[in-house]
Design a protein around this ligand. Structure first.
Ligand SMILES: NC(=O)C1=CN([C@@H]2O[C@H](COP(=O)(O)OP(=O)(O)OC[C@H]3O[C@@H](n4cnc5c(N)ncnc54)[C@H](O)[C@@H]3O)[C@@H](O)[C@H]2O)C=CC1
Ligand SMILES: CC(=O)[C@H](N)C(=O)O
Length: 373
């Protein structure tokens, strides 16, 4: 094919609207290759048949963090216990080890990742490994390796083996020059943390692989996630989880953000349901590949007021961590998730009052008494 014609097709592909998520890549595969790692084009990677596709085989990376164990348990209800494999580089606690398949997987080890995908006939991959915003600032080179190099490995394995890939992004993918109240899906993204930079990179790389290689990449920008039975991994929104643990355990809480710092938040059940819903959404309903999702937005003071309705003796004090405060001040205050609501029917179930009663019910007022004895 004459060079000019090839160039014209490349230009045409590059000029597709970012909102045309339902279109497959327009370049023929012989120009693209099936994989960015130079695997022969006649290799039959996409071997999953339609009947097999009904029964997904799922891998979760970074699964021992705040969200992964809950995701595994949620997906196991849908796909069966043995079809959802949790992985991490850490040793799992016994109850996690006994609850379903667990394997060691370091996302920086590309061959190991590929072996796991092949040997277990994985069809869907949820890529949760990451260093979050505050720990990322404390260890930039590790955050760069895990969040960026690790993502490259995951993208390549997913593209080579025809996986559907979910990568979570975050409110942290926006920065001080983004509109903050509300923050729409498409706007300036100039985050000032390595975490945020790596997540913008993930969004862009995933979308690039979608257009270029046909990778079925799906991404949600999560708000700060609040969970009862798992601890946060070193982020800026951690206070909103810790307040419940401390309220129930000690009746005291020292908050590391200023009382009027407003951030978008979500209860974990909504987050996990949104994740499965976007993964199961028909491709033609997705006008984009990266969506904001939102549930509520509050300040530490507002959260404390709501907790005080149930734990009136709670004492909240403030000792601001300048690193976390600077990060929070650059993040969205309210998230505009109208595209998710329109395209694939996203609805949240938990607002602030339901969140607080659910969190406190989980721990139970007795826990505090039990701790004291
Ligand atoms: N928890 C939240 O509020 C939010 C989370 N997210 C995203 O959701 C995902 C999961 O978040 P969390 O569970 O809160 O994170 P977390 O920090 O609690 O857990 C991350 C896990 O990644 C693992 N990990 C680190 N290096 C690894 C490596 N080389 N190979 C394999 N695993 C490795 C860690 O051992 C850890 O268990 C992350 O990508 C995060 O960015 C996005 C927005 C909000
Ligand atoms: C909102 C997030 O991405 C995370 N919880 C963090 O605070 O870093």
């Amino acid at each position: 094919m004459p060079v000019v014609r090839v160039l014209r097709r490349v230009a045409c592909w590059m000029l597709q609207s970012p909102a045309c998520g339902c279109r497959a890549p327009v370049l023929p595969s012989r120009f693209l290759g099936t994989s960015p790692r130079q695997i022969p084009t006649d290799a039959n990677f996409h071997s999953t048949s339609f009947s097999e596709a009904d029964q997904q085989r799922v891998l979760i990376t970074g699964g021992l963090g705040q969200l992964g164990v809950g995701l595994a348990s949620f997906l196991r209800k849908r796909f069966g216990k043995d079809n959802v494999i949790l992985s991490d580089i850490r040793k799992p606690p016994e109850h996690v080890f006994l609850s379903g398949p667990f394997i060691y997987s370091d996302i920086l080890d590309y061959k190991n990742l590929r072996e796991i995908v092949v040997n277990n006939r994985i069809t869907w991959l949820f890529h949760y490994s990451a260093l979050l915003s505050a720990v990322g600032e404390a260890n930039v080179s590790l955050a760069r390796a895990v969040n960026i190099t690790g993502l490259h490995n995951v993208l390549d394995v997913a593209a080579e083996h025809g996986l559907r890939l979910f990568v979570p992004s975050t409110i942290g993918a926006f920065g001080p020059t983004s509109p903050r109240n509300p923050t729409p899906d498409l706007c300036i993204q100039r985050p000032r943390t390595i975490y945020g930079v790596s997540k913008v990179h993930a969004e862009l790389m995933g979308e690039y692989y979608y257009y270029r290689y046909g990778l079925d990449f799906r991404c949600l920008r999560y708000p700060g996630i609040i969970s009862a039975d798992s601890q946060p991994g070193g982020g800026t929104t951690d206070y909103a989880v810790q307040i419940f643990h401390e309220a129930v355990k000690n009746g005291r809480f020292e908050c590391n953000l200023k009382p009027d710092t407003r951030l978008p938040m979500m209860y974990i059940d909504d987050c996990l349901r949104a994740t499965l819903e976007v993964m199961e959404a028909p491709a033609e309903s997705l006008s984009m590949r990266t969506y904001n999702i939102s549930a509520m937005s509050f300040t530490p003071e507002e959260l404390a007021q709501e907790v005080l309705k149930h734990v009136p003796e709670l004492q909240v004090t403030y000792s601001v961590d300048p690193v976390r405060q600077a990060i929070a001040d650059s993040w969205p205050m309210n998230f505009d998730d109208s595209n998710a609501r329109k395209d694939w029917g996203w609805r949240h179930n938990f607002d602030l009052p339901e969140l607080v009663t659910t969190m406190l019910n989980f721990h139970g007022p007795e826990s505090r008494v039990a701790q004291a004895n």
